[in-house]
Design a protein around this ligand. Structure first.
Ligand code: F6P
Length: 319
């Protein structure tokens, strides 16, 4: 293999740059050329492609966002779009492609594989909603951002004897909520994977208040319920002043943690090695502390498991 391409797709995630750096440097080390495809699959269709060298990825391991930028492409979802994308890659002499993104991006990679493009996917999404891997690049950084914010919110919530509902990202997956709630000592955690009972949550808040608790933090995953209704519902039921904080896009930015940089470096390196070995249609993953890879079709079939154990522990510890 003489030339490979790399793109980032879907929602960006801290650590994507560290993965791009690992891909470029591993390829060059092995005397393979690397082309960067800007703006994901849309940029590929528009031939927004440039050669990358070792200097192109200097000083980016610590940077959030993605130097290649990202997008979501509707046209690429069509067969005509996928055929066109495969042709663009052929025209540029790109024999293998590495896609960094979430499961939507993996589905694109799966389709390109069927168009005879050797494709390797690397999980990058703050939501951590990819079933085949314990961790996706960006999740740990987002989690730390959320924990930092919860700590600050707790200070002011305590000073004013209030309740604060902190809404974190996670449309279909409650991992950021679950683990920031556990690590941030939240009174209740509300996730899309589990039903919740607002009356029971409020009873718990009132029991805490009676014992002299100065503040209560509820962590809500964005996909688990209506934020404004929740704040209103808690205030009505408890009579305690309830404020809300939506963390939003600050969770998608920022310098990646060491965990994300290492994960990205190892997965990026592995993705190139897979292409050099002639592999196609694979996803890099980390499972039970082991780095490995698996077939894209198989990877996409694995349902993300909710960590019920962590959820129950968080509940016990917030009694
Ligand atoms: O990156 C994942 C995610 O942050 C989700 O939690 C969120 O719902 C979504 O992306 C929003 O992304 P955008 O506004 O870029 O479509």
């Amino acid at each position: 293999m003489k030339r490979i391409g790399v793109l980032t797709s879907g929602g960006d995630a801290p650590g994507m740059n560290a993965a791009i750096r690992a891909i470029v440097r591993t390829a060059i080390y092995n005397k393979v050329e690397v082309f960067g495809i800007r703006r994901g699959y849309q940029g590929l269709l528009e031939q927004d492609i440039e050669p990358l060298n070792i200097y192109s990825v200097a000083d980016i391991i610590q940077k959030g966002g993605t130097i290649l930028r990202s997008s979501r492409s509707e046209y690429f979802k069509t067969e005509a779009g996928q055929k066109k994308a495969a042709k663009v890659l052929k025209d540029f002499g790109i024999e293998g492609l590495i896609v960094i993104g979430g499961d939507g991006s993996f589905k694109g990679g799966q389709k390109l594989s069927k168009q005879d493009v050797k494709t390797i996917c690397v999980p990058g999404t703050i939501d951590n909603d990819i079933g085949c891997t314990d961790y996706a690049i960006g999740f740990d950084t987002a989690l730390n951002t959320a924990i930092d914010a919860i700590g600050k919110i707790r200070d002011t919530t305590s000073s004013h004897n209030r309740v604060n509902v902190v809404e974190v990202m996670g449309r279909d997956c409650g991992d950021i909520a679950l683990f920031s709630g556990l690590a941030g000592g939240a009174e209740s955690i509300i996730v899309p994977e589990r039903d919740y009972d607002l009356d029971a949550i409020c009873d718990k808040l009132l029991r805490g208040k009676d014992r002299g608790k100065l503040h209560s933090i509820i962590v809500l995953a964005e996909g688990a319920g209506d934020f404004n209704e929740m704040c209103k519902g808690i205030e009505e039921r408890t009579g305690v002043v309830t404020r809300g904080t939506t963390l939003g896009y600050i969770q998608r930015g920022g310098s990646p943690t060491s965990f994300d940089r290492i994960l990205a470096s190892r997965m990026g390196n592995r993705a190139v090695n897979l292409l050099l070995q002639g592999a196609d249609s694979r996803v890099t993953c980390i499972r039970g502390n082991q780095y490995l890879d698996m077939d894209i079709d198989e990877a996409l079939k694995i349902k993300k498991e909710f960590d019920m154990d962590a959820f129950e522990i968080a509940d016990i510890l917030s009694i």
